[in-house]
Design a protein around this ligand. Structure first.
Ligand SMILES: [Fe+2]
Length: 616
């Protein structure tokens, strides 16, 4: 039974193929189209999933779509009615988008699938948006039963939900409705701090440790009523999203001491404090919602999805302080993962297929995207006259990569199947030495071409994780934040940017703060001593595990910096050609594509275009 799941037309379009409940393939459209968060109908991702699964032209059992367009349309119409004249400017554009395209989703799906050479199956199933998130959180989780928490900007009407998963069934018990939305509240602050909505949320989270939560009372007194059960009520007089124009308005600006920061302006004390404040509010809301989910379901395990579930700082607190024994977060927690969610929902809930719980989980390490054969890679490198050394032996290859990193090089790795979800987990990754105090600055400015304050994440051998981080559970998908172990710290962790001596507020000071050496692995240690950890397991990620093992054997350190293989504003590389271009237009010194190792010094000069880093 082959079910194709599709998420499209809002942000982060994706496709997934589920066969008898097992995920066979999943990918985001942005990786093919090279447009970050591409919302377009995901033809390339669909073509990939169907080919990867070897689905015959008439072999699809059903197609599932991740939301109900008509219900969403009604919500948008009602929002415009509520907004009154304020919506007059954006109404025509919104309506033409809807009448021109979004209302015709079934037509678009059928046309798309036929254009690729497959027949449209009889069943086209529409899942509710938060059912898709809930299904993505529960079905691939390692639990037979679990409470479910989904939180995002908005689906049709729901903005968050509490649910229950049992065996093959998922049900929603309670939902919070638009316009009261934790995701939109967080996005409003993302916008106000000068980052891009639906994209820069994790930057805001990364900025939070540099600030003091001085605005928490203002937020809770004026903007949002946070109730004991975790539900919220926004005071709409501060927001403008009902009228579809921008997130916030003049009253919001007045409340927080001025207009939104412009994207390229320096990050000041105010933005840092706002980031710290909204982070604290979000954490409190997540903790209260989780407590309610616990009360309502009586379950011991919790699964999460929706964009807010990518807030790995909140997840870390939930694990430490919350009522659940175990939590599992869908690695593609945003709307991309809903393509997988709706396909699994169709399989189990609608078509009644049995569900098998897979350990450690059903996501296959999230390595669900395209891969490339080493022989093909070598052949095309040869044709293009790009010098390389082939190292077919796995151990020897890992040892060479570890040696280069130990010598101070930045090495990009392109190997195996592409990751599904926002994080690179070793197969499309840039690796560097976490012990080197210069690594963070070098990677940020010369390789990633992005703001200096942005933290890097460590990948650590799963079997050594507890010796380096206060973490006693696996975190294979970088969905948890944990403290660097006390014995690895060189200076006490600081909370709230407290070691900012002058209390000054320009960006230079932020960069200096970042550069302070706080632990024996400074490149991955935040100001507050925390790190967004990926634990790497030999079975789920064998080739990445070999590189870490070789680095550990050589240096005694089982940790590497792992950052996604892309530059600012660009999606993670999808093909060897993308990888080569990124390698040649940045200061990455070595590139491993499958078993072919390339060194920058050996390459002919790059004559292709040099992409300008874009705002992201
Ligand atoms: Fe969503």
């Amino acid at each position: 039974m082959d079910i194709l799941g599709i998420s499209a037309l809002y942000h982060d379009a994706a496709a997934a193929l589920v066969r008898d409940g097992e995920v066979i393939a999943a990918a985001q459209q942005e990786r093919f189209s090279r447009r970050k968060h591409d919302p377009s109908f995901p033809l390339d991702a669909i073509a990939y999933c169907l080919s990867e699964g070897g689905v015959a032209p008439d072999g699809l059992t059903a197609v599932a779509y991740y939301d109900k367009p008509l219900t969403t349309f009604v919500r948008i119409l009602k929002s415009y009615v509520a907004a009154g004249p304020r919506g007059i400017r954006t109404f025509p554009t919104a309506m033409s988008e809807w009448t021109g395209r979004k209302l015709w989703t079934s037509y678009e799906i059928e046309k798309g699938i036929r254009s690729l050479g497959w027949n449209m199956p009889k069943q086209l199933l529409y899942a509710e948006h938060h059912i898709s998130h809930a299904a993505a959180a529960f079905y691939p989780s390692p639990f037979d039963r679990a409470a479910i928490l989904t939180m995002d900007g908005v689906g049709e009407w729901a903005t968050s939900s509490i649910g229950l998963g049992r065996g093959r069934h998922v049900e929603l018990l309670r939902e919070q409705r638009f316009p009261d939305s934790l995701g939109l509240l967080y996005s409003a602050f993302t916008f106000h701090c000068g980052f891009r909505v639906n994209s820069g949320e994790y930057k805001l989270m990364g900025l939070a440790p540099y600030g003091e939560p001085t605005y928490v009372d203002t937020i809770l007194d004026e903007l949002v009523e946070l109730r004991d059960d975790g539900s919220i009520r926004l005071d709409l007089k501060y927001f403008d999203f009902l009228a579809g124009r921008r997130m916030t308005n003049q009253r919001f600006d007045d409340l927080f001491g001025g207009p939104a920061r412009k994207p390229e302006d320096p990050i000041g004390r105010r933005e840092r404090d706002l980031a710290a404040s909204i982070q604290q509010v979000i954490e409190e809301a997540v903790l209260r919602s989780a407590a309610t989910a616990h009360d309502l379901t009586g379950e011991h395990h919790l699964v999460l999805a929706g964009g807010v579930a990518l807030n790995c700082v909140a997840n870390g607190r939930l694990l430490r302080e919350g009522p659940f024994e175990k939590i599992w977060v869908q690695p593609a927690a945003g709307d991309a993962g809903s393509a997988l969610g709706c396909a699994m929902w169709a399989t189990h809930e609608i078509l009644d297929q049995p569900r098998t719980v897979v350990l450690p989980d059903g996501m296959k390490g999230s390595y669900l995207g395209p891969n490339f054969e080493p022989d093909d890679v070598a052949a095309s490198l040869t044709t293009a006259e790009r010098p390389f050394t082939r190292i077919p032996d796995d151990t020897e290859r890992a040892a060479r990569v570890a040696e280069l990193i130990d010598e101070g090089s930045v090495v990009a790795v392109f190997a195996g199947r592409m990751e599904f979800g926002p994080r690179a987990l070793g197969n499309r990754s840039i690796l560097a030495d976490p012990r080197n105090p210069e690594t963070q600055r070098t990677l940020n400015l010369k390789v990633k071409k992005r703001e200096g304050f942005r933290p890097f994440a460590p990948a650590v051998l799963a079997e050594h994780a507890a010796e380096w981080f206060d973490l006693d559970v696996p975190s294979p998908y970088m969905t948890l934040v944990a403290q660097v172990s006390a014995e690895r710290m060189l200076v006490p962790a600081t909370v709230g940017g407290g070691n900012d001596p002058a209390g000054t507020d320009d960006a230079t000071d932020l960069t200096d703060l970042v550069a302070q050496v706080r632990s024996t692995i400074p490149a991955v240690t935040h100001l507050d001593g925390s790190a967004r950890v990926q634990t790497v397991d030999a079975e789920q990620a064998p080739s990445f595990h070999r590189i870490l093992t070789a680095f550990h054997q050589r240096t005694g350190c089982p940790v590497l910096v792992n950052t996604s293989f892309n530059v600012r504003g660009e999606p993670i590389v999808g093909t060897p050609e993308d990888a080569y271009r990124c390698f040649m237009t940045t200061d990455i010194e070595h590139l491993l594509i499958e078993d072919c190792l390339l060194s920058k010094a050996d390459q002919p000069p790059w004559t292709g275009p040099v992409p300008e880093p874009e705002l992201d």
